[in-house]
Ligand binder design. Structure first.
Ligand SMILES: [Zn+2]
Length: 84
């Protein structure tokens, strides 16, 4: 079975589908998040499930984005929108 590597260690965010367990790095150049709400509406590339969980390696270990408070989510979003 061929296993394709979807992300490198340099990618900070990983999307994990809770339905089919598909895992992929988030490509912030093609991903378009207009608002904090969009962060919880990420579609799965494999099964199409809307609501892929995003994990961030902000502080060195992976944290589920859904555990962030709204202010921290906004900060996360702004960081990606303005630092590319
Ligand atoms: Zn899926």
């Amino acid at each position: 079975m061929m296993k394709k590597k979807h992300y490198s260690t340099s990618i900070l965010e990983i999307g994990l589908c809770l339905v089919c367990n598909y895992q992929a790095g988030i490509d912030w150049r093609s991903a378009k998040f207009a608002s904090v709400e969009d962060l919880s509406r990420v579609p799965c590339d494999r099964c199409g499930y809307i609501g892929v969980e995003i994990f961030s390696r902000i502080t060195g270990y992976l944290q589920a984005l859904s555990s962030f408070n709204p202010a921290k989510k906004q900060e996360f979003l702004d960081r990606h929108r303005y630092t590319l």
